[in-house]
Design a protein around this ligand. Structure first.
Ligand code: MG
Length: 427
């Protein structure tokens, strides 16, 4: 398809949002649950964090604790999944890659949402282009999306919201804007949190249209610069730029709650080692090195029968590294300093900070950098794990028992880092 170039310089921003993203990811690999009510639960199977349309109709609310809906789930044979973030992350990257084929300017806003600059598209072509985005993402990744297009980010959020509500697929907000804004509740406006909407209601601002028409002076005085920007954006004046440069992360934290309470240092070592491996793999993928490593442990703050214990230890590494073995060595040392026998630990984690680019880092003449041998070993580990499944190669210390692993009773166990689990899509 070809599109005429926009002659007017009118801004056009599309917000592409995946529909019930986590549920859609689970459905990719499970044809049996296509039309069924499905929910995905948060870490440790705590709360409902994604619902299929069928589950929404049953009255299952977003964020509701799982135990509260258990009866409803049982009665209606709702399919329940523990969250599988490795899977969702991989599918998200695929979706974003497809979106980049539509515009060089893409801001990844969250795991399932992205803003795309479509200012180069003609007025008349905008809706058609939105439809093309939807169908290509669906065809190439299997994920259904909704697309909202408007002149500002805030308005494209409104358009997307309407597209979802009306199941329209694509909404291009270029006419009857005021009528739409009058029906748009103030608390649903992007950037208006719970606190701010309370303040607006008190001042008789109940919908997006009301906010659009307040004076800049008033809104700036009553809220802050961001509040004023939101009001401007509702008027169609772009104030919030697309953040396109993908900044590299400044730190990398990997932590998990244990499925059950852990008391022995050996078990904590296993978990800290696994977290180190994950964190090291992440920063290696970004060609980064870490200058400091922090290990933390804590018991449950809700366990009233025991005294709460929480501690952390930071080690400045003599030389920045992304070598798993080096990091594990230091993490284990840090752990031994904060471990106190007798506690029932609930969580352990590793944080890598002072991250910097591998290429930019100055070689220290006194200490050799990671030697080539271990560098190629790390590369081999990353490659093998990406090809044959996460943890195909690990370090002996990471242990095989994993008795502490997170509770994920309903996990689909799909890992797209594993070749055998890749979905086959017929085009
Ligand atoms: Mg979504």
């Amino acid at each position: 398809m070809s599109y005429t170039k926009s002659t007017s310089k009118r801004n056009k921003i599309a917000l592409v949002d995946c529909n019930s993203f986590y549920v859609s990811c689970e459905r990719l690999f499970n044809p049996r649950i296509q039309k069924k009510a499905v929910v995905v639960l948060s870490n440790n199977d705590g709360c409902v964090i994604s619902r299929s349309t069928e589950a929404k109709i049953l009255g299952i609310k977003m964020g509701e604790p799982y135990f509260k809906v258990k009866d409803l789930v049982k009665k209606n044979k709702v399919e329940v999944f523990s969250s599988n973030y490795a899977l969702y992350g991989d599918i998200s990257r695929r979706v974003m890659r497809v979106l980049r084929t539509f515009s060089p300017k893409v801001e990844i806003y969250s795991i399932d949402e992205a803003f795309i600059d479509l200012s180069f598209i003609d007025e008349k072509g905008a809706e058609e282009y939105g439809k093309e985005i939807r169908s290509r993402v669906l065809k190439w990744t299997g994920i259904p999306t909704s697309v909202g297009i408007a002149t500002t980010k805030t308005l494209s959020k409104v358009a997307n919201h309407i597209a979802k509500k009306e199941k329209a697929g694509v909404v291009y907000l270029n006419k009857d804007i005021d009528e739409r804004l009058k029906k748009f509740a103030i608390e649903d406006v992007w950037g208006v949190g719970r606190q701010l909407s309370k303040f607006y209601y008190k001042n008789n601002i109940k919908n997006a249209y009301d906010l659009k028409n307040v004076s800049n002076y008033w809104v700036k005085k009553g809220t802050n610069v961001l509040g004023a920007k939101t009001a401007m954006e509702l008027r169609g004046v772009p104030c919030i730029d697309l953040q396109i440069d993908q900044e590299k992360r400044k730190n990398c934290c990997v932590s998990r709650s244990f499925g059950r309470k852990v008391t022995e240092i050996e078990e904590l070592e296993e978990s800290v080692t696994t977290h180190c491996l994950n964190a090291a793999e992440k920063i290696r993928a970004d060609d980064q090195l870490a200058k400091t490593i922090t290990v933390f442990v804590r018991t449950s703050p809700f366990d009233k029968s025991k005294k709460y214990y929480s501690n952390s230890k930071t080690i400045d590494l003599p030389i920045a590294t992304n070598n798993s073995l080096e990091l594990i060595k230091n993490a284990t040392k840090a752990l031994s300093e904060i471990y106190v026998k007798g506690h029932r630990y609930q969580k352990a984690g590793v944080i890598l900070t002072g991250l910097k680019d591998e290429k930019e880092s100055q070689e220290n003449l006194l200490t050799p950098l990671m030697d080539n041998k271990s560098k190629s070993l790390m590369k081999a580990i990353d490659y093998t794990n990406s090809k044959y499944g996460r943890y195909a190669i690990s370090i002996a210390h990471a242990g095989l028992s994993k008795g502490w692993k997170m509770r994920r009773e309903h996990s689909s166990k799909i890992d797209t880092a594993s070749f055998d689990s890749l979905p086959i899509i017929n085009i």
